[in-house]
Design a protein around this ligand. Structure first.
Ligand SMILES: C[S@@+](CC[C@H](N)C(=O)[O-])C[C@H]1O[C@@H](n2cnc3c(N)ncnc32)[C@H](O)[C@@H]1O
Length: 263
């Protein structure tokens, strides 16, 4: 017979959230019901989860969900696990247009759909399109959608034909392909993470092609690696103006907003 308290004392990785997941109890309930004995089925499920977590499977792939901004998103092994840093892109976007002004928004490389879906939920009058190269990721994004969003599959702008937008956002793959940080990310899809030797292969494609898909005065907003800011500004200067840079909650350079130069 093993109680909640016995498990909490075990020191297993993420034991409290795993217990919450299996028993559908809040943290407070775990403490106030510490003497509850788990049923054989609960014990079996919990020990499988503990093993997965010990093997390094991220908690979000075990629970199948991750909170982002004000919503919960389904995530699978086909999608990147949403990162809190990416909430910065939402804050920047929400501040960009006056309250009731409409916006045609494109989220390139939507993954689980967090950027497109969060903004569509916050701004129901915006027209939102989201794309990804991965069919499987797009299926997850579609299942997460709370409002009407147009989804399209294809590599970057190939998915949108000749359409133009007021705001193009992307959190593209931007990790250098030999970065040792990747050793900690073996459970997430590599195609969502790496972008060539300098990590900028995909950002270059997006910056080069965005001018063909932006309306007059339109914006491009990109998430990027902490050490890529200056190189991205250089890539932007030919076709963009009003370049603004942003740091994340860890005071790391993380996002760039730029406005198209009008002809
Ligand atoms: C860093 S993840 C970001 C996912 C999601 N937007 C987020 O912020 O959590 C990059 C996404 O870009 C997609 N991707 C990679 N290469 C692509 C390409 N050539 N065209 C479109 N999407 C691509 C990946 O499938 C992945 O979903």
């Amino acid at each position: 017979m093993k109680t909640i308290q016995d498990y909490l004392n075990s020191g297993a990785v993420d034991i409290a959230p795993l217990l919450s997941l299996v028993l559908k109890k809040s943290n407070v309930e775990l403490i106030t019901h510490g003497d509850y004995c788990l049923t054989p089925t609960e014990k079996q499920t919990l020990s499988e989860f503990i093993q997965q977590r010990t093997d390094g499977v991220p908690f979000s792939y075990i629970s199948g969900t991750k909170g982002f901004y004000h919503l919960d998103f389904k995530v699978t092994a086909d999608t990147l696990i949403p990162r809190p840093e990416t909430e910065l892109l939402i804050d920047i976007s929400l501040d960009l247009f006056p309250k009731d002004v409409s916006c045609q928004l494109l989220d390139l490389g939507t993954g689980s759909g967090i950027i497109a879906i969060t903004l569509a939920d916050k701004k129901p009058h915006w027209q939102v399109m989201a794309t990804d190269y991965s069919h499987a990721a797009l299926e997850v994004a579609k299942s997460n959608a709370t409002t009407n969003i147009e989804f399209a599959q294809g590599s970057w702008f190939e998915a949108v034909n000749s359409q133009c937008f007021d705001l193009i956002i992307s959190n593209p793959p931007y990790i250098e392909e030999n970065d040792s940080y990747l050793e900690d990310l073996t459970f997430e899809p590599i195609s969502a993470l790496t972008a060539g030797q300098d990590g900028l292969d995909e950002i270059r494609i997006i910056i080069d092609n965005a001018p063909n898909h932006l309306n007059k005065n339109g914006y491009l907003l990109l998430e990027h690696g902490y050490d890529q800011q200056l190189r991205i500004i250089k890539l932007l200067t030919k076709n963009f103006t009003n370049i603004q840079t942003f740091q994340d909650y860890n005071i790391k350079d993380r996002a760039i907003l730029a406005q198209i130069k009008n002809a």
